[in-house]
Design a protein around this ligand. Sequence first.
Ligand code: IMP
Ligand code: MG
Length: 173
Amino acid sequence: MKVGKVLISAEEIQEALVRVGRQITEDYAGKDLLMVGILKGAFVIMADLARHVDLPVEFDFMAVSSYGDATKTSGVVRILKDLDEEIEGRDVLIVEDIIDSGLTLQYLMKNLMVRKPASLEIAAFLFKEGVDRPPLDVKYKAFNIGPEFVVGYGLDYQQKLRNLPYVGVMEED
Ligand code: IMP
Ligand code: MG
């Protein structure tokens, strides 16, 4: 497998993050925003998106595993690292690299709702269209993409390629 064509350029990514950052800034004005990045994939978008959010926002991270090293989801979600902080009464925005089967987020939403946040929303960098998934209310999306396997800008293939500044499509050699 290798990286094929560029699907989303570095410039297009930054433009989209300006737009999403502005929406978040408007929607969460006067609120107690906590952005929760889902590791490892979300570390790149978290850093870039956060710099377009003009609010006294706090950050926390969770690490979950749903994939192993295959390119298909296993449906099994394990929490590898939980939040450092309590979220009761907080306005929580989950920041995720990509929504594919939606199983990771479905599990996380359920797990975090039990902790009684004031609000719980999702911001996804990429949203795969044409995939059968449980209903998920994704408030912020940077890009809709097709069902192909993509890498870069936080997304990995066997733990590599997260540092590509653009999003590329994986293809056979
Ligand atoms: P889901 O539970 O199937 O929605 O998958 C969520 C996780 O699977 C993401 O956070 C990624 O780590 C991984 N994933 C899903 N699709 C891709 C892809 O196209 N490239 C790289 N990782 C992916
Ligand atoms: Mg992954």
